[in-house]
Design a protein around this ligand. Structure first.
Ligand SMILES: Nc1ncnc2c1ncn2[C@@H]1O[C@H](COP(=O)(O)OP(=O)(O)O)[C@@H](O)[C@H]1O
Ligand SMILES: [Mg+2]
Length: 383
């Protein structure tokens, strides 16, 4: 028997490819105080195009080294986070001195817009979909929390800013965690824990609001706040000012949720109590534990909610945005415009993330300046 020989010719040892990307901006998705998110078209060879999202730092922050450090830190930190429940980052680039991140484009809305739309339409979220959404957040968190470096050491990632605006829900029902802009991990991002807290106060864990060093359990408390909000329609800790919200996170009693919403089961209340335990020892210790309880809750009877169920719900909710628009043109004919009308979803997020400074550790002068800038930001937030 002879051996089969295939001549494949000289093998090209590819060493590297040097290539620049070109992005055409399609529309603005979000304009925040510090950054702007665009939908863009990435151009490739032979007419290849791919829609992506691009986040840029606002011009006035481009010379702020701490800010840029965090922006770059975010990109490097999430570069290798590849999970269906986390918005994937593709690239960190620089254009005319401006840093930008390109990432997976989520066709959908953030959870804040989702909640707003339900309020506007006077709709309620079925409980099992609320639990499903938070179970997907827990899946993304479990992955990020367990992420290791190349040598196998746990990176110790803590997102620190889990709130509805940083959760995206795609029209297909995928739920994705985004914005690791204030996340911490060993070796990434300027970390001032113990002196400053960054994030939305009404979604903070008590240890975070108390300027203590946080670990992954902090994100589970925040996920608990989101779950409670999805199930009751209200944020537990939101007050008129950031400082009052922070205080409520620290001290407001955690209610019996079956009393807040009589339709809630005892089991869901138990899950909420455990996620929202201020005592770290009795809180869920890992996102996996929270995930297990949430999934068990929705699936133990057999069939439970899926991406498809959530996708159907959200497409129904945003039916107007999604349906092809008919536009009358001058000639009197009717033209079908199939472009999804999402521009009016462009949001403004001024002051979304607040920085509060620990007063007892700073000089009174610093407190004043920091405080007054905080007040300025709050004013713009609540005006
Ligand atoms: N990959 C994406 N695809 C679609 N929309 C996105 C994407 N990333 C962010 N957005 C939208 O932009 C908003 C702000 O993005 P985020 O990364 O949270 O920036 P910031 O740090 O300013 O909060 C999000 O709430 C979401 O509505
Ligand atoms: Mg955000």
């Amino acid at each position: 028997m002879g051996t089969l020989q295939i001549n494949i010719g000289p093998v090209l040892e590819l060493q590297s490819i040097v290539h620049d990307f070109r992005y055409e901006i399609v529309r603005k998705i979000y304009e925040g105080g510090m950054g702007i998110v665009y939908e863009a078209q990435q151009q490739g060879a032979h007419g290849f195009v791919k829609r992506v999202a691009i986040k840029v730092v606002r011009e006035r922050y481009n010379n702020n080294s701490e800010f840029i450090e965090n922006f770059v830190g975010e990109a490097k930190l999430v570069a290798d986070l590849i999970h269906t429940n986390i918005v994937q980052t593709y690239h960190l680039g620089e254009f005319q001195g401006m840093a930008f991140i390109s990432m997976e484009l989520i066709r959908g809305v953030n959870l804040e817009q989702f909640l707003q739309r339900m309020t506007d339409l006077n709709r309620t979220l079925p409980q099992e979909l609320a639990v499903f959404i938070v179970s997907r957040i827990a899946r993304g968190l479990a992955y990020a929390h367990a992420k290791t470096d190349a040598e196998g050491h746990v990176l110790g990632i803590v997102h620190r800013n889990i709130n509805p605006k940083n959760i995206m829900v795609a029209w297909e029902g995928d739920v994705k965690v985004t914005d690791f802009g204030v996340a911490k991990a060993r070796g990434f991002l300027t970390d001032k824990e113990g002196e400053e807290v960054a994030g939305k106060p009404e979604y903070m864990s008590p240890e975070q609001a108390d300027f203590q060093v946080t670990d992954k359990r902090s994100d589970l408390f925040s996920a608990g706040i989101v779950l409670a909000q999805l199930l009751t329609g209200k944020n537990l800790f939101k007050a008129l000012t950031a400082e009052d919200s922070r205080q409520r996170v620290l001290t407001a009693p955690i209610p019996d949720f079956t009393a807040v919403n009589p339709e809630l089961s005892v089991r869901l209340n138990e899950i909420l109590q455990r996620a929202l335990s201020r005592d770290l020892a009795t809180r869920y210790q890992t996102a996996d534990e929270l995930l297990f309880d949430l999934e068990h809750y929705i699936y133990h009877k057999g069939y439970g909610p899926t991406n498809e169920t959530l996708g159907k719900f959200i497409r129904d909710l945003f039916e107007d945005e999604l349906k092809p628009r008919r536009r009358t043109v001058r000639s009197g004919t009717v033209k079908l415009n199939s472009t999804r009308k999402t521009n009016r979803n462009a949001q403004s997020g001024r002051g979304e993330t607040l920085r509060t400074v620990r007063t007892s550790r700073t000089t009174s002068k610093t407190i004043k300046t920091r405080k007054s800038s905080l007040i300025e930001r709050l004013k713009s937030k609540f005006k």
